[in-house]
Design a protein. Structure first.
Length: 409
């Protein structure tokens, strides 16, 4: 199977500043807590495409606050914040249990139907339950309280073997504070420039750009329908779960191996691929397509390296964690595939390839996919790949010993 080559580039997001008064249940000795929530700002990097999604408060649906034990992760206090209810983004709680805690706020983990693309569990992933301000109390983060991708459905009209489908990741943000001391009758203030809690994006963005122009070995790509209702774009080999900072664990994906059976259905249908640059209301700048790469899709995805690995955004992911991308189009009757078979009716055509680069939190990795083969009638399976280096020397001279044969005729 011919492989698709991927070009890498990355860029990251924006900033803004921003936080209402909300009450929670009373315990014996309590103090006050004030927290201001803002976005963390990072400098954008150059890329082949320049478009960066705009980060604004409309990106944030709800925020959950956790105060928890620094060692066990057991939650002592929690609440749900609606950022749209406050213009200042400063929030106050007057009945916080006395004690010294770690603090985490997590945005966009509402697992209710029609809300965020996450699954949440109170029992480590055995069963799935929406978090609220009360059912998480005494539960341990990352042990009892578990956050994962939301299950989805496989696209109809395609044959998958042993795959479990998931939806694209929710745009999860987190912020942390350590040694937050709550004292009876006193107010602990985490507002102001120095103390405000800065939301940092926990997910990565995979930007797929596709060159579908006819090639020498793929002369009929122009006959493939990339706007068919049965098309899809998917990514395999998903990490399992996203954790919060507890003890020596710095948050992010766990060290648990990525699962090759987990497939993210990034998009499907007539709008599987975008064919025009995005609107300025949602991106700034807005340039993604060019004369060569005319199809694109941005996919919110989990990072595929742990924080403990300390991989640079420009590094390669470990081989066992590399993402595998599948593109589909709709081939007409008579279309010849790369394996020599010919479509007798209009039917799917597939291309696939592995992305070697690492996906890091809050980083856009641009993946330029140049279709060079005719594609395949069945969904390709990932292949284990290694690196081969050869050096080709100067062509060998003619042997100076000339062989002689005499013939009398």
């Amino acid at each position: 199977m011919k492989k698709v080559l991927f070009s890498l580039a990355f860029a990251v997001m924006l900033f803004s500043s921003c936080g209402s008064d909300e009450n929670v249940p009373v315990t014996s000795k309590t103090g006050d807590l004030v927290a201001e929530v803002t976005f963390d700002g990072l400098t954008a990097k150059a890329a082949s495409s320049t478009a960066i999604p705009v980060t604004k408060w409309s990106n944030v649906n709800k925020i959950q606050l956790f105060l928890y034990n620094s060692t066990s992760g057991a939650v002592a206090f929690s609440d749900i914040i609606d950022p749209s209810a406050s213009t200042t983004k400063i929030f106050k709680w007057t009945n916080v249990p006395q004690g010294t805690y770690e603090l985490a706020i997590v945005a966009n983990i509402n697992s209710a139907v029609g809300e965020d693309n996450v699954a949440t569990s109170l029992d480590g992933g055995t069963s799935w339950t929406k978090f609220d301000a009360y059912n998480v109390i005494t539960k341990a983060l990352n042990t009892d309280l578990f956050i994962d991708l939301k299950k989805s459905a496989l696209p109809a009209g395609h044959t998958f073997t042993g795959k479990n489908p998931y939806a694209p990741a929710s745009e999860i943000f987190t912020a942390y504070a350590s040694n937050v001391k709550i004292e009876e009758g006193k107010t602990t203030d985490l507002s102001g420039t120095a103390s405000a809690l800065k939301l940092k994006r926990e997910i990565s963005l995979m930007r797929i750009r596709v060159d579908k122009t006819n090639k020498t070995d793929a002369p009929a790509l122009s006959s493939v329908d990339f706007a068919n209702a049965k098309n899809f774009l998917a990514v395999e080999n998903m990490p399992v779960g996203l954790g919060l900072k507890v003890g020596t664990f710095a948050g992010g994906i766990y060290s648990t191996a990525s699962d090759a059976s987990r497939i993210m259905i990034a998009s499907e249908g007539v709008n599987t691929y975008n064919t025009a640059d995005p609107a300025s209301t949602s991106y700034n700048p807005t340039v993604i397509i060019d004369a060569k790469f005319t199809l694109w899709k941005d996919i919110q995805i989990l990072p595929n390296a742990t924080r403990a690995e300390a991989k640079a955004p420009s590094a390669d992911a470990d081989a066992a964690r590399r993402y595998f991308v599948i593109l589909s189009g709709w081939a007409p009757a008579g279309y010849e595939y790369a394996d020599g078979t010919v479509a007798t009716v209009a039917q799917p055509v597939y291309w696939a390839g592995s992305i070697k680069g690492v996906f890091s939190p809050n980083v856009i990795r641009e993946v330029n996919m140049t279709i060079k083969s005719k594609g395949y009638p069945e969904i390709p399976n990932p292949e284990k790949e290694g690196t081969l280096i050869i050096e080709v020397g100067t062509p060998e001279d003619w042997n100076s010993n000339i062989e002689t044969e005499n013939i009398d005729v």
